[in-house]
Design a protein around this ligand. Structure first.
Ligand SMILES: Nc1nc2c(ncn2[C@@H]2O[C@H](COP(=O)(O)OP(=O)(O)OP(=O)(O)O)[C@@H](O)[C@H]2O)c(=O)[nH]1
Length: 421
C-alpha cells in the first residue's frame, strides 16, 4: 500500500479488481495512460500501451469517440469494433467520463463485450432488409394490420397498385373502405377464431379506388408477442378476379343455356331429382311439361337464324311469366323447353298453366318490324300418376307432346297410358 496516498492505492486496487476492463486515456491525444489488468488481458496490450486509435478497427470512429467525450464530458454508449488480443476483432459498447488529471483532461473508459448480441442484431437487420426487399418487389400485395383495431400498419407497392391508392392514403384508410360488407363480416368471424390456427386463406371482395370490385385470395398469419398475444396480422393478397370470373363462366356454361339464360338440360335434371324427393315426402302432385314450338323451322327459313334466336329469347321470358318462382323453366335444346311445376293439387293445376302458356305465346312478337306469331304443343306428365322417376316422366311428357302435335298442334295433351302404343 502506498503510505503517502492511501486513496490512490485504494483506487488502483479497485481498478485491479473491477470486473470491467478500465482504461485511462489522455483526452486530447488518446494516448493510453493506464489500464487495469482485465483491460490489458482483454486487449492483449504490451506494457507500452499504444493510443486509443490503435485499438479501434476504424480510426475515424476513435477520433469521433474522443471528440464526443471531450465535448459532452461523458459517453454512455458508443458501439465500436476493437482489435483484441490474438487478432480478434470484437464489437464492444464503450462508456467514458472526462476527468481532470493534474490540470490535464483525461478519460476513464470502460467497455463491455456485445459481440454476440451485435451479430444477432445485424443478422436480424439484414434479414429484415431482405424481407422488405422481397415485399417491395413482390407481385403479391402485402399488408400488416393491428390485430385489435384493424388499423393498417404497413403495405407494399403491389397492394397500392392492386387497390389503386397511394401508400400514404391507403395507410390512413379504414378496412371497411376497401373491403366489401360481406368480406368485413368474414374477417370479423375469422378474428373471433384466431386462437385456433396460425394462418388462414380466405377469398375476399375488395373495392379499388374508383369503386371497381375485385376478388382477392388472402393468406393471413398471426404475429404474436413474447406472451403469445396476437398483436398484428400479416396478409398476402393476390388478385383472383379473372380466375373467379372464369370459374363462374365455366359453371354458368355447364348449367345454363347461353341464348336464353334458362337452366339447361343438366341443371333441369338436378331440379327434377330434387322435386321428386320433395314430392315423395309431401305427396303433392308434380308436373313435367314438354313444350315444342310449332313450325319453328319456318321462322328460321323466312326471317333468318338471328331472328329465330331473338324469338327463342322472347319465348323463354313468356314461359317464365306463366309460372311461380319455385317452378323451373329450362331450354332442352333447339325449340324444345321443359317446365317443372311443383306442389300442385292435381292435373287441373297443370292444365291451367299449359293453357296460360298457349295463350301467352299466342300474342304476336315484333321482329325487325314484322309481326310474328309462334305457337307451341305441350305434353304433360304427372307424378305420381304417370311415373315416379325422371326418366319415366320425361318419356311420358314427350309422348304426350307428340300426341298434341298429332292432334293438330297448338294444344296440350296429358299423357294417357294408351298413347304409348
Ligand atoms: N334460331 C335458332 N333456331 C334453332 C336453334 N336450335 C334449333 N333451331 C331450329 O329450330 C327448328 C326446329 O324444328 P323442328 O322442331 O324439327 O320442327 P318445327 O319446324 O318446329 O316443326 P314442329 O316441331 O313439327 O312443329 C329447326 O329449324 C332448327 O334448325 C337455335 O338455337 N336458334
Amino acid at each position: 500500500m502506498n503510505a503517502d496516498n492511501p486513496a490512490a492505492t485504494l483506487l488502483a486496487e479497485m481498478a485491479r479488481l473491477s470486473p470491467q476492463p478500465l482504461l485511462a486515456i489522455e483526452a486530447d491525444s488518446g494516448t493510453i495512460l493506464a489500464l487495469n489488468q482485465l483491460a490489458r488481458d482483454t486487449l492483449g496490450l504490451p506494457n507500452a500501451a499504444p493510443a486509443l486509435r490503435d485499438l479501434f478497427d476504424n480510426p475515424s470512429l476513435a477520433r469521433q469517440f474522443l471528440l464526443i467525450a471531450r465535448n459532452n464530458g461523458f459517453i454512455r454508449q458508443f458501439e465500436a469494433r476493437l482489435n483484441l488480443a490474438g487478432g480478434q476483432r470484437v464489437w464492444v459498447l464503450l462508456a467514458a467520463r472526462l476527468v481532470d488529471l493534474d490540470g490535464k483532461s483525461a478519460l476513464i473508459v470502460s467497455f463491455t463485450d456485445i459481440h454476440e448480441r451485435h451479430l444477432v442484431e445485424e443478422a436480424l437487420r439484414e434479414s429484415e432488409q431482405r424481407h422488405r426487399r422481397v415485399l417491395e418487389t413482390a407481385n403479391e400485395g402485402y399488408a400488416l394490420f393491428d390485430a385489435r383495431s384493424g388499423e393498417l400498419l404497413d403495405v407494399n407497392p403491389a397492394l397500392c397498385e392492386l387497390l389503386n391508392y397511394p401508400r400514404e392514403q391507403l395507410l390512413r384508410m379504414r378496412p371497411d373502405e376497401v373491403l366489401t360488407e360481406d368480406s368485413m363480416a368474414k374477417l370479423f368471424e375469422q378474428r373471433e377464431r384466431w386462437g385456433s390456427a396460425a394462418s388462414r386463406k380466405l377469398e375476399l371482395g375488395m373495392r379499388r379506388a374508383g369503386g371497381e370490385r375485385i376478388t382477392v385470395e388472402v393468406s393471413l398469419s398471426a404475429v404474436s408477442d413474447v406472451d403469445g398475444q396476437i398483436t398484428s396480422i400479416f396478409a398476402l393478397l393476390s388478385d383472383i378476379t379473372s380466375r373467379k370470373l372464369n370459374e363462374e363462366r365455366v359453371l354458368y356454361l355447364a348449367f345454363y343455356d347461353t341464348l336464353t339464360a334458362l337452366p339447361n338440360r343438366f341443371l333441369f335434371s338436378e331440379h327434377i331429382e330434387q322435386a321428386l324427393r320433395q314430392q315423395a315426402r309431401q305427396g303433392k302432385t308434380l308436373a313435367l311439361l314438354f313444350i315444342d314450338l310449332d313450325d319453328f323451322k319456318q321462322v328460321n327459313d323466312t326471317l333468318g337464324h338471328d331472328a329465330g334466336d331473338e324469338l327463342l329469347k322472347v319465348i323463354a321470358k313468356r314461359l317464365l311469366s306463366c309460372v311461380r318462382a319455385s317452378d323451373t323453366v329450362s331450354r332442352q335444346g333447339g325449340d324444345e323447353f321443359m317446365v317443372l311445376l311443383a306442389n300442385l293439387n292435381g292435373e287441373a293445376d297443370a292444365v291451367q298453366v299449359a293453357e296460360k302458356m298457349l295463350a301467352t305465346l299466342d300474342a304476336p312478337i315484333e321482329l325487325d318490324g314484322q309481326q310474328v306469331s309462334v305457337r307451341a304443343s305441350i305434353g304433360i306428365a304427372l307424378c305420381p300418376e304417370h311415373g315416379n322417376s325422371a326418366a319415366q316422366l320425361r318419356r311420358h311428357a314427350d309422348i304426350a307432346m307428340y300426341q298434341a302435335k298429332f292432334d293438330g298442334k297448338h294444344r296440350y295433351a296429358v299423357y294417357r297410358a294408351a298413347s304409348e302404343d
